[in-house]
Design a binder for this molecule. Structure first.
Ligand code: SAM
Length: 251
């Protein structure tokens, strides 16, 4: 099969995801997921939080408005950062690959988080080590992401000929990776049941919003989004992929 030129992490892909999710979010579960990921993080107006792979900035704004802390965001996608800067001017956004974060941000952070961004990092251990350099002593790390299921392997994760989720969290290996990168691993929360529910709802929403998606991206984008997310939902429903929140701290 010829690889599709379309990619959900492109600016156009995130724009369509935002339309389907009715907010500037490109992560599973939208606002319910943010609340879940931050349930254990106390609100503190004096703390600084870093949104890594922030995309269009909706999650950073959600947390800032609810006074979880002051927020900055980084993403390597220039167009998404330009959109975020224009739409949420009270937040500092940087165009930056996660590996370059120590050279880009000018402060250290109390909370560093990723919402469906870690799975996209080719060099996850190096990314965690780079983030450790901008963490204050005692800082919290929150990784919300896809997790490889008991029945998951590279083949089962291919959707429409693409490996849609290239580096899902391997729960059995994440603690060692965190330690090697200078983080003290904490609890891991299993979100697999929630992911199955979120993606069933998401596929329904795609169908309901067909006309709007076609107006933004044309019929090809609708077909692409529908087939990718139906396939992803099938992989999740069959136990190949789930979700998790991984907690860690800077010792
Ligand atoms: C699925 S989107 C999630 C965006 C956002 N966290 C949200 O919940 O809406 C993944 C994001 O990670 C960004 N990303 C992928 N690899 C990256 C890297 N190496 N450094 C920085 N950002 C990266 C992509 O550009 C994309 O915006």
């Amino acid at each position: 099969m010829t690889p599709s030129p379309m990619n959900m992490n492109s600016y156009e892909g995130k724009r369509i995801l935002a339309l389907i999710r009715e907010g500037d979010y490109a992560h599973a579960g939208e606002e319910e997921a943010i609340e879940r990921a931050f349930r254990a993080v106390p609100k503190n107006g004096d703390s600084w939080m870093l949104d890594v792979g922030c995309g269009r900035g909706g999650s950073a704004e959600y947390l800032r408005r609810r006074r979880w802390g002051q927020v900055e965001g980084i993403d390597r996608d220039i167009e998404s950062i330009e959109y975020a800067r224009t739409t949420y001017p009270e937040i500092g956004f940087h165009v930056c690959d996660v590996l370059d974060v120590p050279r880009t941000v000018a402060r250290q952070f109390d909370v560093i988080y990723m919402l469906n961004a870690f799975y996209a990092f080719a060099e996850q251990r190096d990314a965690l080590a780079a983030l450790r350099k901008v963490a204050r002593p005692g800082a919290r790390l929150v990784i919300f992401d896809y997790a490889l299921g008991a029945k998951g392997n590279a083949e089962s994760l291919a959707v429409g000929g693409q490996v849609f989720i290239p580096h899902a969290i391997r729960v059995a290996e994440i603690a060692a990776m965190l330690r090697e990168a200078g983080w003290a691993p904490g609890t891991v929360e299993d979100l697999s049941i929630d992911y199955a529910r979120w993606y069933a709802t998401f596929v329904d929403r795609i169908q309901l919003k067909r006309v709007e998606i076609e107006n933004v991206g044309g019929a090809d984008w609708y077909q692409f989004v529908f087939s990718m997310y139906s396939g992803l939902h099938d992989v999740i429903a069959q136990g190949g992929l789930g979700g998790a929140i991984v907690h860690a701290a800077a010792d």
